[in-house]
Write a protein that binds this ligand. Structure first.
Ligand SMILES: Cc1cc2nc3c(=O)[nH]c(=O)nc-3n(C[C@H](O)[C@H](O)[C@H](O)COP(=O)(O)O)c2cc1C
Length: 156
C-alpha cells in the first residue's frame, strides 16, 4: 500500500511526528510538507495520513485548503488524521475542528499526539503569548510516544 504522510509544521514538531509515524509503518512512505509543496499530486497513493499543528485553536490553513481542494480524491483513500498541540483542555475540540466534516465523519484512526514549545524558534510575540497563555517559560517537549504507537498500530 503506497502511503503519503502530508503535514504542515511551523517549527518542525509535526514534521518530526510524521517521521516517527512513517518509520513504524509497514510499507514505503513519502513525506510531503505542505509548506514546501502546497499542491501535491496524491493520485498515486492508496493511503493518506494527514497531520497539522494547532495555533490559536486552529489548524494550518494549508491543511484545510488541501482537504477542501482534494475532497473527491481523499474520499477514495484510506485515511488517518493527527494533530500536534499543547493545550490539554482544548485538544478534543481542536481535533474536532482540525479537519473537515467529510473526513471527521469517517471511521478512521484519529489521534492527538502531543507537541512542543521550542522557544529558540519562536518570534518575540509568540514567546510572549506562550509565556502569558500557556505559562511556559522555556522549551518543553510533550510528544506522546504511546499515542503515536497506538495510532500506527491502528493505521497498519
Ligand atoms: C504562538 C503559539 C500558539 C499556540 N496555540 C496553541 C493552541 O491554541 N492550542 C494548542 O493546543 N496548542 C497551541 N500551541 C502549541 C503548538 O501546537 C505546538 O507548539 C506544536 O508542537 C507546534 O508544532 P509545529 O512545530 O509542527 O508547528 C501554540 C504554540 C505557539 C508557539
Amino acid at each position: 500500500m503506497k502511503t503519503a504522510i502530508i503535514y504542515y509544521s511551523k517549527y518542525g514538531t509535526t514534521e518530526q511526528v510524521a517521521h516517527l509515524i512513517g518509520k513504524k509503518l509497514d510499507n514505503e512512505v513519502d513525506y510531503i510538507s505542505l509548506k514546501k509543496c502546497p499542491k501535491p499530486d496524491i493520485r498515486s497513493y492508496d493511503r493518506i495520513i494527514l497531520g497539522t499543528s494547532i495555533y490559536a485553536g486552529t489548524p494550518s490553513r494549508m491543511v484545510t485548503q488541501f482537504c477542501n481542494k482534494n475532497q473527491p480524491l481523499l474520499e477514495q483513500k484510506v485515511i488517518g488524521l493527527f494533530i500536534c498541540c499543547m493545550n490539554k483542555e482544548q485538544e478534543a475540540e481542536e481535533m474536532n475542528k482540525a479537519f473537515p466534516e467529510y473526513l471527521q465523519s469517517l471511521v478512521i484512526p484519529k489521534a492527538i499526539l502531543g507537541g512542543e514549545f521550542q522557544f529558540d524558534k519562536m518570534n518575540f510575540i509568540e514567546r510572549f503569548l506562550t509565556k502569558k497563555i500557556a505559562k511556559a517559560s522555556s522549551s518543553v517537549s510533550r510528544l506522546r510516544y504511546d499515542a503515536i504507537k497506538e495510532f500506527v498500530d491502528k493505521v497498519n
